[in-house]
Write a protein that binds this ligand. Structure first.
Ligand code: NAX
Length: 323
């Protein structure tokens, strides 16, 4: 057995945290041979709830869990962290506008970015789940000047999984039939689920479905899936979000030949504004992701991608004072 990997999770007593910690502790993320140390961050009012969650983790007697640290100090949670999963964020309260939400989360992700910079391992892999995920990630990354910007990612894997599952259902197939699908842009209702580069059993996906289904049903359904879950369940997606977070980190570390989607710092690929955290089609090998650069984009795709890019630029401009 190797040394434990240190995994920091913020918002650990929340809904997603409750689904996530047990998956990580069981070995679903880093494998059944990799011991782990959990470093759990919460805000003071949630520390009692977090204590209860940790009691449950203990009660599972997971063989891989070597230590669990709980704290309300980011500096403690991120000390020596190899992986940091930033799930906690400030939800939108009554009367709060988007700019208020960006501002409230800006303060959190500024502090957490600085703490990662000063305390995490230099190779730390950071996944931001807490919304607005792309811009929170941008803020954290910009406040961590000593870390490689490529270490910071935002989660669009849930959108990616939703897009695969809904396409598979529509064509009467299974998820393994689908390849090359990607989510572009922001984790928001402007995201673009791209079937143009996707295949079903090796044949172009758009030969299996009609253009009108794609444009009028599929894209809005993926973009609004989070809201549909809230309407049906009374609370937002948690288990599926935790599953996506586990898969995002697993693929980032273990690699993936199949195309997946990750929000990453744009270096200008496909003409996207440099520096924003943008979801691209990527493949992953040796712990590094690479943007799939040779995709054909038609005018329809380009206009969808531009819409989500414009939104991200506006979000970036709204938090410019924090960057
Ligand atoms: P919950 O409100 O259940 O839990 C959030 C937890 O974060 C709470 O326990 C809270 O005390 C804690 N927290 C707040 N500020 C903190 C801080 N400064 N440091 C540490 N902890 C802090 O929300 P949950 O359903 O778990 O969702 C968490 C976040 O994920 C939300 O922002 C949500 O919008 C976002 N999501 C992102 C998704 C994605 O695909 N990127 C999908 C699922 C989810 O909606």
């Amino acid at each position: 057995m190797t040394d434990p990997v240190r995994i920091a999770v913020t918002g650990a007593a929340g809904q997603i945290g409750y689904a996530l910690l047990f998956r990580i502790a069981s070995g679903a993320m880093l494998g059944k041979d990799q011991p782990i140390e959990l470093k759990l961050l919460e805000i003071p009012p949630a520390m009692d709830a977090l204590r209860g969650v940790v009691m449950e983790v203990e009660d599972c007697a997971f063989p891989l869990v070597r230590n669990v640290v709980t704290t309300d100090q980011p500096e403690v949670a991120f000390e020596g962290a190899d992986v940091a999963m930033l799930v906690g964020s400030r939800p939108r309260g009554p009367g709060m506008e988007r700019k208020d939400l960006l501002e409230a989360n800006g303060a959190i992700f500024t502090q957490q970015g600085k703490a990662l910079n000063d305390h995490a391992a230099k190779h730390v892999k950071v996944l931001v789940v807490g919304n607005p995920a792309n811009t929170n990630c941008l803020i954290a990354q910009n406040n961590a000047p000593d870390l490689d910007p490529a270490n910071f990612t935002a989660m669009t894997k849930l959108d990616h999984n939703r897009a695969i599952a809904q396409l598979a259902r529509q064509v009467g197939g299974v998820v393994e039939d689908i390849d090359g699908l990607a989510i572009w842009g922001n984790h928001s209702s402007t995201m673009f689920p791209d079937l143009i580069g996707a295949t079903v059993k090796g044949k172009p996906a758009l030969e299996n479905v009609s253009q009108s289904w794609y444009e009028d049903e599929y894209i809005p359904s993926i973009q609004q899936r989070g809201a549909a879950i809230i309407a049906a369940r009374g609370s937002s997606s948690a288990a599926s979000a935790a599953n996506a977070a586990v898969e995002h980190v697993r693929e980032w570390i273990a690699g993936s030949d199949a195309v997946t989607s990750m929000g990453i710092r744009s270096s200008g690929q496909y003409g996207i504004e440099e520096g924003v955290i943008f979801s691209y089609p990527v493949t992953v090998s040796n712990g590094a992701y690479n943007v799939a650069e040779n995709r054909e984009l038609n005018d329809f795709a380009r206009s969808k991608i531009e819409t989500t890019e414009v939104e991200l630029i506006k979000e970036r401009d709204a938090v410019a004072h924090l960057l």
